[in-house]
Write a protein that binds this ligand. Structure first.
Ligand SMILES: Nc1ncnc2c1ncn2[C@@H]1O[C@H](COP(=O)(O)OP(=O)(O)OP(=O)(O)O)[C@@H](O)[C@H]1O
Ligand SMILES: [Mg+2]
Length: 273
């Protein structure tokens, strides 16, 4: 990282999730290993065309680049990579939303994103974010986690198939002092629960691949741990089956999940009798 990187102003959670998305793409592009690079740089841009009739103001930008030495992308993939739902990954492995979210975040922050890729050599995806020119830096845009008290090593099992959400939730909970074990499917979650001693909380997505839903996982887990605390993450489409869960002492979190809302919910549920 360039220590003299200019300040920029954007949502730090979204920036983190963008970098994580790019890092996971880089990992996927290097199945046999390779080199992942993260770099920042200050750049001065002339007026830049970012859409058919869209131009970005000339000026100072902070460039954040994630690079890999992986497969690279053919021209037709580069052209469509930022499109929502465009993916070359097998069904069930990619939703094709990663790069479109990265691009949306960059545009919404007053910047843009670029792809520089060569087949067999690798890929660099860069976010260009406008330099923040104010005198003093404003406070953080996101409320600090003031009331979130650190965990005391409580054991939490996280089951989520989305790599980005699972990694963010796991890291954030670990950072607060919880003992976190993560799985990507219901079956993996069952194995984890069987292998672990006492578990304080199960945090699971409702919609999981592989035939077992988060609700079924919770029921299976409660068969042997009737007191287990459960938080299920629901998407809009699953709202209908969520009815009645509260009666079963199952807490719900609605997607998209904001990390600080998640941390607060975990804390509340662990505190509850
Ligand atoms: N670093 C990279 N190297 C090679 N190809 C890439 C790279 N990043 C993205 N791609 C290509 O662009 C496509 C779209 O990427 P995007 O992140 O939007 O979706 P995805 O990774 O397929 O799925 P998701 O991110 O939703 O899990 C990928 O399927 C892949 O073909
Ligand atoms: Mg991706």
């Amino acid at each position: 990282m360039d220590p003299d990187t200019w300040p920029t102003r954007c949502d730090p959670n979204q920036l983190e999730s963008a970098i994580l998305n790019l890092t996971i793409n880089a990992r996927d592009a290097m199945p046999a290993g390779g080199r992942l690079t993260l770099a920042t740089a200050n750049v001065q841009l002339p007026s830049t065309q970012v859409g058919p009739d869209e131009f970005l103001a000339p000026g100072d930008y902070v460039k954040v680049t994630v690079g890999d030495t992986g497969t690279g992308m053919p021209q037709d993939v580069i052209e469509r990579a930022f499109d929502p739902f465009f993916t070359t990954k097998p069904i069930g492995q990619g939703t094709g939303l990663g790069l479109s979210m990265v691009y949306g975040f960059a545009r919404q922050s007053g910047g843009f994103a670029t792809i520089d890729s060569r087949i067999g050599e690798g890929t660099r995806v860069s976010l260009l974010l406008p330099r923040f020119e104010g005198e003093d830096l404003p406070g953080p845009l996101v409320q600090p986690l003031a009331e979130v008290v650190a965990g005391r090593g409580e054991t939490i099992v996280v089951v989520e198939d989305d790599d980005v959400v699972r990694t963010l939730a796991t890291e954030a909970l670990r950072g607060l002092g919880y003992d976190v074990h993560a799985a990507a499917t219901g079956a993996e979650g069952v194995r984890l629960l069987n292998a672990l001693g006492p578990v304080d909380l199960l945090l699971s997505d409702i919609g999981l691949p592989g035939g077992m839903s988060g609700k079924q996982l919770a029921d299976a887990a409660r068969a042997s741990r009737p007191q287990l605390k459960v938080i299920l993450i629901t998407g809009y489409a699953q709202e209908a089956i969520a009815g009645g869960l509260l009666a079963q002492r199952i807490e719900l979190l609605r997607k998209p999940v904001l990390i600080d809302v998640l941390l607060r919910k975990v804390q509340d549920v662990l505190k509850s009798a």
